[in-house]
Design a protein. Sequence first.
Length: 159
Amino acid sequence: MSGRHRIYLAAAVTLFGMGGLGLLLMIVFHEQTFSNFFHGEKQPVLLQLLYGALYGIMAVLLLLRLLRLRFLKHTGQFFRKLLLRYRVGWLEIIMISVSAGVGEELLFRGGIQPWLGIWPTALIFVALHGYLNPRDHAVFIYGVVMIPIAAGLGWLYKE
């Protein structure tokens, strides 16, 4: 299987597998529907999307700035090499971002967060992404910064 096909498969598994599991948890255990995930007693959908996009842009800018620090240089190089290895273009980056954004948020915010709360869910989210590696101090620091960012996503969902 080529690198691009692996990326498409990973995006599909993230979107449909994780998102589907999140929807299942929401419906079976939290008595919530996909529609309620966006509506409920929250802000209008377009306003939610605007808040999420602005928060995401601010988080990415912060993380990119963090990766420029000297002690995190090898972490940034790891991400660049990963993108180069799979010859990822802008279309794939957008596809991965949307798939991960939708699939992971359905699972973590819709399925897991109602049970565990914002901070434990954020911690699990970051740990499962491999950012709390005690053997790699730079990646660990990056992960510690990611925890409040993930908690912010949880707060946005809750509000």
